[in-house]
Structure formats: C-alpha cells, structure tokens
Design a protein around this ligand. Structure first.
Ligand SMILES: Cc1cc2nc3c(=O)[nH]c(=O)nc-3n(C[C@H](O)[C@H](O)[C@H](O)COP(=O)(O)O)c2cc1C
Length: 173
C-alpha cells in the first residue's frame, strides 16, 4: 500500500473572496486539503509560519510581496516528520502573487522529496496555479510531479466531489 501525506499551507482570517474582502474562519486550502485526506486517507500536515502574517488582507498582500521580492524563507513552526516513509505527497497552497507562499519554498528546499510522487493543488482567486507548477519542478527535482488542480477559493466547498474524485484518480496514476 502506498503511503500518502497531504502537506498544505493555508491562512485563516481576512482574505479576498469572490470579489470582496471577507474574514474566513477556515482557509480555502485547508478545506481542500481535508477533502483530499478524507478521500484518499493517509496523513495530513499543516505548515505554519513561526511569525504570523498581518490579519488584514491588504497588509498581508504587502508583506507577502516584500517576501517574494526579497526571496525570503519564513521559518516553519514545526517540520513534517519522517517524510522519507511516504510515497505520494499532495502539496497544497494558495496562489500568492502568482506562486507558492515563500514558506513552501523553504519547506521544499530543505525537504528533498526525490523519488516520490508529488501532486499539487492550489486555491486562488482567478490566477489558477500561476507559475507555481514551474517552481515546483525546480523545488522537487527527481520527483514525479502529476498535473495539479486549481480551485477558485470561493468555490472550494461546492467543488468537494470534484476535488475528491481528482485526488482518488491521481493516486491511481
Ligand atoms: C498574500 C496574498 C496574495 C495573493 N495573490 C493572489 C494571486 O496572485 N492570484 C490569485 O488568483 N489569488 C491571489 N490571492 C488569493 C488567494 O490565492 C486565495 O484567496 C486562496 O484561496 C487563499 O487560500 P487560503 O484561504 O487557504 O489561504 C492572494 C491572497 C493573499 C493573501
């Protein structure tokens, strides 16, 4: 049996949601990640940054833009354990300025996943996966990277079945 891990980053709080700023009790990527784990089983790991991002959406996008420009590598509060034991890793993240949040760069640069199957999923407000798949190609060298799934954040709950079917089909590939 293949061992599966779903790793994701998601930020609760104020966000841009269906054309307006809203406070989300649970981030969109977290919801999608939980659907995936429910569909395919395995373990789930939430990436958290040591330093919180600003609560206000507009402040957060500025902080994230600065990190992107500076190639920042925010620290994780906790690191996933025993990555070596997994065969399939789903990697979930919101699209931040067209790519993965910088904390995911930090995680993936320091966690060689060579030889594993990597399956990305990305929530966003319309830019799809942006350049994140290209970035993953560089960050996950030597991995088999399957086609990712892009979900518009505000549609996450209504697309539950589609997300779960995609996840189940992906692990069969
Ligand atoms: C810092 C920041 C940057 C973002 N940049 C983009 C973007 O470039 N393109 C886009 O479509 N959505 C962008 N968004 C919207 C998020 O990708 C979207 O709301 C996502 O579903 C949030 O996931 P989460 O709730 O799991 O954090 C951005 C949101 C934030 C907070």
């Amino acid at each position: 049996m293949k061992k599966i891990l779903t790793i994701y980053y998601s930020r609760d709080g104020e966000n841009y949601w269906n054309g307006e700023i809203r406070t989300l009790a649970e981030g969109n990527t977290k919801i999608a990640a939980e659907y995936i784990q429910e569909a395919v089983g395995g373990d789930i790991f939430r990436v958290e940054t040591e330093k919180d991002y600003p609560e206000k959406y507009l402040d957060c996008i500025e902080a994230a833009k600065k990190e992107l420009r500076e190639h920042a590598r925010p620290q994780l509060r906790k690191w996933p354990e025993d990555l070596d034991s997994y065969d399939i890793i789903f990697i979930g993240y919101p699209n931040w300025w067209g790519t993965l949040p910088m904390v995911m760069y930090n995680l993936l640069e320091k966690s060689p996943l060579k030889g594993k199957t990597v399956i990305p999923f990305c929530t966003n407000e319309g830019s799809g996966m942006g350049s994140s798949e290209r970035a993953l190609g560089l960050l996950c060298r030597g991995c088999r990277i399957l086609p990712g799934l892009s979900v518009k954040g505000c549609e996450t709950q209504q697309r539950k079945e589609e997300i779960q079917n995609w996840a189940k089909e992906s692990v069969q590939k």
